[in-house]
Each structure stands twice: as C-alpha cells, then as structure tokens.
Design a protein. Structure first.
Length: 219
C-alpha cells in the first residue's frame, strides 16, 4: 500500500496548522485561555493556554499520521492489506479534516469569526460517512476494519459484517449531520450522537457472532 502522498500531505497540514497556531496565539493576550473541550450543551467546559490549545489539533495530525503510517508496515496479512486500503485512506483523511475543523473552531474567534461547535459534529458525521462508504471494500486484517474474532478468520463473515457495518456508519453519519443542523436542544443532539455511534459498534459485533454461530450450526 502506497502512503507517501498521504504522509507528505499530513506533514504539510501539520506544519500549516502549527504556523496558524503561533500566528493566532500572538494576536491574543499572553494569559488568554481557549477552549479544548465542550459539554453536551455545546458549552466550553475545559480551557488551556492559547498556544497549547491551538497546537493540540496539530499534534493530533502528527499522531494520526504516525499510526496510519505504521499500520501498513506491521500488518501480518500483507496480501490482503491492499483490499483494505480505501478504509485506511478514508479514516486517515477524515481524521485530518476533523483535526483541522477543531483547530479552526478554537482559533478563528481570534479573528472575529465565531465557528459553531456543531461544525465539529458535522466533521464527525462526514468521517463516519466516508468510513461507511469504504468499509465494504475491506478484507480481513488485524488493524483495519471491524475486527471481531469471527470475522478475521472467515472471509464470508468479514464481508457480511462490513456490508452491514458500512450501511450503519452511513446512517449514523447522516443522523449526526442532521442532528448538528436541526434546531434541536444540545442534549438531544448529544443523545443522537452517542446512540448513533453505539449502534455502529454494538450491532456489527453482535451480527458477526450471530453469523459465525449460524454458519457453524449449518455445517
């Protein structure tokens, strides 16, 4: 799997975000605090010094880049890795976009531009939809996909589980995007987000087990 372009793009993005962090922090008072966490109501409930808060998303980009660059090198099932490349790329690009959105949400108010916190949820919803679209294309592996013990050892189980997981992620992403745009309470939005993510985790796992059990009973 070729990752050179993604690595170079990620490093360039991290560098640009670091420049933005230093330039933006220089516009603010030395003791300025910026939000680094928001509660279910969309209100900031944790703050850090301006430069620290602005550099955290850039650090996230470097961390994501390191993780996704290592995975292709340590995956034992190298012959199947190329089949899962679309999922790896979608997750990588999606995480970069979310990190950039987080930094803009934190930093743009210094320029008089207020970014709604819901924009971060829009990014999360878009990430899930990217993953949901790519997930059915993946093949059994130890680092990419819905890695249940039953799916890893059975290609049929893997394909069925990932087809279902892909559909659920598309629906979850759409639900999160809709919740972030609709005029509903922040508490309701938070419930929708948590429920959508929970469904994408629990249902495919349970389905993979059911598929294995049903196939074994028919053998």
């Amino acid at each position: 799997m070729k990752i050179r372009v993604l690595v170079m793009t990620s490093l360039a993005l991290a560098a640009a975000m670091a420049v933005f962090a230093f330039v933006t922090a220089a516009r603010l008072p030395a003791d300025a605090l910026l939000p680094t966490h928001w509660n279910a109501s969309g209100q900031a409930d944790d703050f850090s010094p301006a430069l620290t808060a602005l550099l955290l998303p850039a650090g996230l980009v470097l961390f994501v880049t390191a993780i996704f660059a290592i995975i292709p090198r340590i995956e034992p099932l190298q012959d199947r890795l190329e089949g899962s490349a679309p999922v790896l790329r979608a997750a990588w690009v999606g995480m970069l976009l979310v990190a950039a959105v987080i930094q803009l949400t934190i930093g743009l108010p210094a320029y008089g531009v207020t970014v709604p916190v819901n924009v971060i949820m829009l990014g999360v919803g878009a990430l899930l939809m990217l993953l949901g679209n790519a997930l059915p294309k993946s093949r059994p592996g130890f680092f990419v996909g819905i890695r249940t013990p039953w799916a890893i050892v059975d290609t049929d189980n893997w394909i069925a589980t990932h087809r279902l997981g892909g559909k659920l992620m598309l629906l979850a992403g759409a639900a999160i995007i809709a919740a972030s745009l609709l005029p509903i309470s922040p508490e309701t939005t938070a419930i929708i987000v948590v429920a959508a993510i929970a469904v994408t985790v629990v249902v495919p796992f349970a389905y993979s087990w059911w598929f294995w059990r049903n196939k074994r009973s028919q053998a």
